[in-house]
Design a protein around this ligand. Structure first.
Ligand code: ADP
Ligand code: MG
Length: 236
């Protein structure tokens, strides 16, 4: 069974007398080590889809399975535990804690914490090394660039070795050079850690390392031709 499976998921929000269908009968399966990119207009339902995939939000209908466990059947406490151990989130803002240095940001969310675990520290150091920040482990957020802060957020998302990595527009606050580096890193770490990764991005300059590209449109998820996007980039 693949780590992430969405089966006929819909999400509706009340909107006055009627309703908004933010996600409309979406099915999606992501294999281990696979990077699926989703693009689409603002308001098309991308963030809602990620929230449902990450057990932050229940779908109105349909089902979500993470690492073989149906999320729909879980009580709130079990969902929280599942999120902590099996899901890594990376958002547009890195949401770091201003008083902690880079190493502490990553270490503090480790499930190995508690007994001042040297294993947690070692894993945090390895991850910061993997995102190219070993020289900056002692720096606090205000001493890091936007791209570096996002790389800390990537390391933090991976500390518990999640099966599923969900990434929502990670480069929208970055310049193109650091944005490209962040996308490249997400692609490399997806392979290295074997996560099932869903990446929502407007940034289609860098298509290498992406296995599948999908477009969200009015709540529906449609395949797109990767070639078409590359060509339109070349010719515009
Ligand atoms: P995207 O991430 O693609 O911009 P969203 O998932 O944020 O799209 O939103 C999809 C649609 O659902 C939009 O019409 C938005 O206004 C609506 N929506 C999102 N969240 C809520 C909410 N909590 N309550 C009501 N409507 C919402
Ligand atoms: Mg969004």
């Amino acid at each position: 069974m693949e780590p992430l499976q969405l089966n006929d998921v819909s999400v509706t929000y009340p909107d006055g007398d009627s309703e908004v269908r933010a996600v409309d009968h979406v099915s999606l399966t992501v294999a281990a080590g696979e990077l699926v990119a989703i693009t689409g207009a603002s308001g098309s339902g991308k963030s809602t889809l990620l929230a449902v995939a990450g057990a932050l939000q229940r779908p109105t209908s349909g089902s979500v399975t993470i690492n073989g466990a149906s999320v729909d059947d879980l009580a709130a406490k079990q969902r929280t535990e599942l999120r902590r151990t099996e899901i890594g989130f990376i958002f547009q803002q890195s949401n770091l804690i201003s008083s902690l240095n880079a190493l502490e940001q990553v270490e503090i969310v480790s499930h190995l914490r508690g007994k001042r675990s040297t294993a947690a520290r070692q894993r945090a150091e390895e991850l910061l090394d993997a995102v190219g920040l070993s020289v900056a482990v002692g720096r606090r957020p205000h001493q890091l660039s936007g791209g570096q802060r996002q790389r800390v957020a990537i390391a933090r998302a991976l500390i518990n070795s999640p099966a599923v990595l969900l990434v929502d527009e990670p480069t929208s606050a970055l310049d193109s050079v650091s944005g490209g580096a962040v996308l490249d890193l997400i692609s490399r770490l997806t392979r290295l850690n074997g996560t099932s990764t869903v990446l929502v991005t407007h940034d289609m300059r860098q298509t290498s390392g992406i296995d599948r590209m999908l477009v969200m449109s009015d709540g529906s998820l449609e395949p797109t031709s990767k070639i078409g996007i590359i060509e339109s980039q070349v010719f515009t």
